[in-house]
Design a protein. Structure first.
Length: 553
């Protein structure tokens, strides 16, 4: 009896067990996906994994080619290094860290929704939607920072929501701590800090209390990032590495953003249907995602306006917290991406996904409360259950609109299941679709040759990151310069050094299906014409050269 009483006191009921089981299921599914198809590896993954390896070797924050780790925040390599103490292979450690983060995020979102949404079915729907999201699953199965970043965003927004409701200072401290970890995971975490400070400022509280809360939050959330950037400035003269303007077209950016937004919220299957339908009807496939994005955003705005007009409200700040974050984060993306050489990709939109699901669940919960109080001439069996009874007059029934809504939500889940199934079939045929874990890289003759020969010295290549990550060669790896004159000057400066120096040139990697970085302005003919080179090996996907050197003796 004491045990049952204690379980009840802790709030561990059957639904809590279901939420925990959902999180465990999410983590296990990601681990199974990684065990079967391998961890996804991209250009950024190489920097994180190499830095973690160097941290374990006692070399500090240094990347694969000896360059200081500045362009990204430090927490993810630190987490990989810590996991690497127990998992020898850092790549596998990255997969484990992200699988755990994915599972914890599912639990955190479910707990957040349960504190705000009466319908348990909505909590399960939102959690299942997140579990089945192809964009979320791809990132969770890839050695990237997003899974941890999204987890810290969810935890920070949830605890901030609890603080704004309860005014307990412990929740404010937790929210600021999670925001600090988000900033240390990705620099754009400052958008989370900005949105939280905005929420703290506009709350109904005394001026003294508002200033005090904002000061505490700012100090806790920004101090760690400030220390890291001070370190960067002292050793490099820059706060976060160099940035290069992209010159990305605004119209193209809007088109790409609309497609990624639809893919994120409605799934890839829905995006394909939109393209096909508008191509058939209007001959313009790209207008479908634009109209769908406009409809989704406008619909959410009209729903908020209607609820305000009807004077419906959840407890204070339930909608404000996720909506303000999404708005501020989108603004930061719009401002920051044109200042870098980074183009918009779905991975940069995914941090808005969980808050967006929370907003949708809150709006649907309000709708269900509204229709449950109405008397309709048609009734269907109740399909929504509530943790807390909804007070109203009359027999509890569900309306036809409620049934239609449930059918639409079920279709969305089935759409995501279909997209995931198609993606898994693609992985079975091609390996992990992301970068260096794809099947063409696994079958690369150059990679296999270098694994066997294990050369020492230096290796310069038009895809040096892949050689560092996939060959296990202990030689130093460097990117070839993009200017042929610089390549020639490099060879002239190295030819008197009595050590092995190689140039590895892959053929047209885009045609081979496994290149995604910037293409070089010159090709194999220009490399082959360089002096002081001899051919070491001619293989199916490229050529390996060795610099002819003078013996100093």
């Amino acid at each position: 009896m004491r045990t049952l009483a204690r379980v009840k006191t802790l709030g561990i009921d059957r639904f809590t067990i279901v939420m925990l089981a959902l999180g465990i299921l999410g983590g296990v599914l990601i681990l199974l996906r990684e065990a079967t198809y391998g961890v996804g590896l991209t250009v950024d993954s190489v920097s994180y994994i190499a830095t973690a390896r160097n941290l374990l070797a006692g070399m500090g924050f240094v990347q694969w080619n000896g360059v200081l780790f500045l362009d990204s925040a430090p927490f993810f390599p630190l987490a990989l290094a810590f996991a690497g103490l127990y998992i020898p292979n850092v790549v596998e450690a990255a997969g484990f860290v992200n699988a755990v983060a994915f599972g914890l995020n599912l639990v955190a979102m479910a707990v957040w929704l349960r504190s705000r949404v009466q319908s348990r079915w909505l909590v399960l729907w939102a959690s299942s939607t997140c579990l089945l999201s192809l964009s979320m699953a791809r990132l969770a199965a890839t050695a990237l920072t997003e899974p941890l970043f999204i987890l810290f965003i969810t935890l920070s927004l949830f605890t901030l929501d609890r603080f704004l409701t309860t005014r307990r200072s412990s929740f404010l401290f937790l929210a600021a701590t999670c925001a600090a970890l988000a900033c240390l995971t990705r620099y754009i975490g400052v958008a989370l800090v900005a949105s939280s400070l905005l929420l703290l400022t506009i709350q109904r509280a005394t001026l003294r209390s508002t200033i005090g809360n904002a000061a505490i939050y700012s100090l806790v959330s920004m101090t760690p990032l400030g220390v890291w950037m001070a370190r960067n400035f002292l050793i490099s003269g820059t706060l976060a590495g160099k940035s290069y303007p992209d010159g990305f077209s605004l119209l193209i950016g809007i088109q790409v953003a609309s497609e990624e937004f639809v893919k994120l919220m409605l799934g890839e299957t829905s995006l394909a249907y939109l393209h096909a339908w508008f191509e058939t009807m209007l001959g313009i496939a790209s207008i479908g995602p634009l109209l769908a994005s406009f409809a989704l955003i406008t619909g959410a705005g009209l729903a908020l306006a209607y609820l305000h007009w009807q004077k419906y409200s959840l407890n204070t700040n339930a909608l404000a917290v996720p909506v303000v974050f999404i708005s501020v984060y989108a603004l930061f993306l719009a401002v920051s991406l044109p200042l870098t050489d980074v183009r918009l990709h779905v991975r940069y939109l995914v941090p808005m996904y969980v808050p967006a699901l929370v907003v949708v669940a809150l709006l649907l919960d309000l709708f269900l409360r509204y229709v449950s109080k109405r008397q309709f001439s048609w009734t269907l069996p109740l399909v929504w259950s509530s943790r807390t009874p909804i007070p109203y007059q009359g027999r509890e029934t569900a309306s036809l609109p409620t049934f239609i809504l449930a059918a639409c939500l079920s279709f969305l889940l089935l759409s995501q299941v279909s997209a995931n199934y198609g993606n898994i079939q693609h992985w079975l045929d091609n390996g992990n679709e992301l970068g260096y874990s794809s099947r063409p890289w696994a079958n690369s003759e150059i990679v296999q040759y270098l694994r066997r020969s294990q050369p020492e010295g230096e290796i310069w290549s038009n895809e040096a990151r892949a050689l560092y990550l996939l060959t296990g060669v202990q030689a130093k790896h460097y990117d070839l310069p993009f200017d042929m004159d610089d390549v020639n000057r490099y060879i002239q400066s190295r030819k008197t050094q009595y050590r092995d120096i190689y140039i590895v040139w892959f053929y047209n990697l885009q045609d081979k299906g496994y290149h995604f970085d910037r293409p070089y302005p010159f090709g194999l003919a220009e490399v082959d014409a360089l002096p002081e080179l001899k051919i070491e090996a001619v293989l199916g996907d490229g050529v390996i050269y060795k610099i002819i050197q003078e013996d100093p003796n």
